[in-house]
Design a protein around this ligand. Structure first.
Ligand SMILES: [Zn+2]
Length: 254
């Protein structure tokens, strides 16, 4: 069953008058499951983690078409991932009903400086046992997936987001996170933001799986681009196997 981002990609492709060519991309055949060329397919490595938390991706127009989009990876890992194309003039009724669904507590993940102070939160009510009534709900992280300019537009021109709390990631959390990833640039991609949200929700297996899976994807993506073979026994694959070994060894949730 294709996941939410895959379906959104297919719908967006169907609307295109001409075929989309990724910038600097390769025009070779791609796997439907992972968007990579078949020789570099990573479908066999796709992890799945049971989570209470969900993710709702609001995606800028061509974002689902980009082979480098990492919202796709979130949808691979987190079963309750929803994806919607964003447009200023129309809103998918399914998005509105998701946001109104009482099982979820939605959070818009965005820098707090752009929101009214009373909306800004830095923590997630995630423990089902806590006395706070909101904790009975499952956290739903709304990620604005696009360029920074597109994300700002989505944030300011989506009235249905205006009443929701804004989860602002603290600079300390971000810098701690960066310390753990060695030798990478400062760009924070969507699946890294999702990993940080899972951390705040106490979903550490999901957090670690997203991190490890992103590293595996980055390896496959770059090796495909450079027409080099996959290093199956490299650090990235090893780390993903370790994380998955923990997942399968953990007792089933009650
Ligand atoms: Zn594949």
């Amino acid at each position: 069953m294709p996941h939410a981002v895959s379906l959104l990609r297919a719908a967006r492709l169907a609307r295109s008058a001409k075929p989309f060519l990724a910038r600097g991309g390769f025009k070779r055949e791609r796997c439907e499951g992972c968007r990579l060329v078949p020789t570099h397919c990573m479908c066999a490595l796709r992890p799945a983690v049971a989570t209470r938390a969900g993710v709702c991706l609001l995606m800028a127009d061509i974002e689902p078409l980009k082979p480098s989009n990492t919202g796709w990876l979130i949808a691979d890992v987190v079963a309750d991932t929803f994806a919607f194309g964003w447009a200023r003039t129309e809103t998918d009724p399914a998005l509105l009903s998701l946001l109104g669904d009482p099982q979820w507590q939605p959070y818009v993940v965005f820098p707090g400086q752009y929101a009214a102070p009373e909306r800004v939160v830095h923590t997630v009510a995630s423990s089902p046992g806590s006395l706070d009534g909101s904790a009975a709900k499952r956290p739903l992280f709304i990620l604005l997936d696009g360029t920074w300019g597109e994300a700002r537009k989505m944030f300011s021109r989506s009235p249905y987001l205006d009443a929701l709390p804004v989860l602002s990631l603290e600079p300390e959390q971000i810098s701690q996170y960066k310390l753990r990833r060695s030798g990478r640039d400062d760009h924070f991609c969507t699946s890294e933001v999702a990993a940080l949200c899972m951390n705040l929700a106490g979903e550490h297996i999901a957090e670690q799986t997203l991190e490890a899976y992103l590293a595996v994807f980055t390896h496959h993506y770059l090796r495909a681009k450079n027409q080099q073979p996959i290093v199956w026994e490299g650090a990235a694959h090893q780390r993903l196997r370790e994380v998955q070994a923990v997942t399968t060894a953990a007792p089933a949730a009650p």
